[in-house]
Design a protein around this ligand. Structure first.
Ligand code: KG4
Ligand code: ZN
Length: 344
């Protein structure tokens, strides 16, 4: 049996988890920093790094105490090493290095995106490679073909905002606070998704990538016009986002060839309307649809520990001088998207 301690600190969740190769999450802790960042309407990197530094060590201690497991019993210590806010990433990675050094347990520097990409296999023992993955979070919006651990081919990314970011900005425009995704989804339930005419950027263009900046500007104009209820704006925004997702996915699925499953991961996968649209699309393509439970969709450490479990058989551990990486694409061979620079 493999046993891995996972540490996540790349954005605004501090998280620790102990996971086994039998897919048991023996213990986990997640501390959200929503309250710290809420006054600013988004994550402030310096505040995030400080909060991780204060919270992480006691959380590691608590997880070990709860399970009665001591460090030398672990097969690896896995920490997110990027991509993400570099201050926070360094807090988690350096903590993992110190534990690895003190205990002699090997270190695994995990790509946060690989955590999201493999998390559906933690929840679902039946999910085999290959699968099509829609990875939609606050920082990323990608469609990948996952052929194995470490084998990712990117078919689409965003040329401007990530989808979660578009939800968060829409929430801010509507005065819904932070984090915005769940609030926009709740308000959208009371609105009419056809009420406000909003653009579907790049739909019909044949271009594989996403773009949400124009949609966000249109939401702002709709709000400022004063002609629509906030609920209708939220519902229409969500519908436009779904239409964009389905259109881009259609192009990507054609390009990647037949795969048996469509998988969604990342924080935006918590959105029920998006899940159900994806489920119908998968059915139309005769694909299985897999969406991890909500707690595994948003940032967590169980997915980092699980990525470590998946990497154990490769025996490729990382040296204690491994660097934190603010950028770390899953598919290093993917061509940069037109206009992309920030979120490749
Ligand atoms: O994966 P995640 O926790 O962190 C990143 O790696 O970015 O994703 C957070 C993002 C935020 O932008 C949040 O607004 C969005 O996921 N999100 C949602 C929902 N729940 C979280 N977006 C739409 N609907 C939701 N229910
Ligand atoms: Zn994430």
């Amino acid at each position: 049996m493999g046993l891995v301690l996972g540490i996540e600190s790349s954005c605004d969740e501090t998280a620790v988890a102990l996971v086994t190769s039998e897919r048991h999450i023996l213990a986990q802790r997640i501390a959200s920093q929503d309250a710290e960042h809420a006054p600013y309407g988004g994550v402030v990197p310096e505040i995030a790094a400080r909060a991780h530094a204060e919270r992480l060590a006691p959380m590691i201690e608590a997880v070990l105490e709860e399970t009665g497991i001591s460090l030398p019993e672990l097969d690896a210590i896995a920490a997110t090493a990027g991509p993400g806010l570099i201050g926070g990433v360094m807090v988690g990675l350096v903590s993992a290095k110190a534990l690895a050094m003190a205990s002699g347990v090997p270190l695994l520097a995990i790509n946060h995106l690989e955590g999201h990409a493999l998390s559906p296999r933690l929840a679902d023992a039946e999910l085999q490679f290959p699968y099509a993955l829609l990875l939609v979070s606050g920082g990323h919006c990608q469609i990948l073909r996952v052929d194995g651990v470490g084998q990712y081919r990117r078919f689409a990314t965003t040329i401007d905002d990530a989808l979660g970011e578009a939800f968060d900005k829409t929430a801010k425009l509507l005065g819904l606070g932070y984090p915005g995704g769940p609030a926009v989804e709740r308000l959208a339930q009371q609105g009419d998704g056809t009420a406000v005419p909003l653009p579907r950027p790049l739909v019909g263009s044949g271009e594989p990538h996403f773009s949400f900046a124009g949609l966000k500007s249109a939401v702002m104009r709709a709000k400022e016009s004063g002609q629509h209820s906030d609920a209708d704006v939220a519902a229409s925004f969500q519908q436009a986002a779904i239409d964009c997702l389905l259109d881009r996915l259609r192009i990507a699925l054609d390009a990647m060839g037949p795969v048996p499953a469509l998988v969604v991961a990342g924080g935006v996968a918590a959105n029920a309307a998006i899940r159900s649209a994806l489920e119908s699309m998968a059915a139309k393509h005769s694909m299985r649809f897999v969406a991890p439970p909500l707690a595994l969709c948003t940032d967590n450490a169980a997915m980092i520990a699980w990525a470590g479990i998946e990497r154990l058989p490769m025996g490729q551990f990382d040296p204690l001088d491994v660097s934190a990486r603010p950028r770390w694409p899953l598919d290093p061979d993917a061509e940069p998207a037109r206009g992309a620079g920030v979120k490749a």
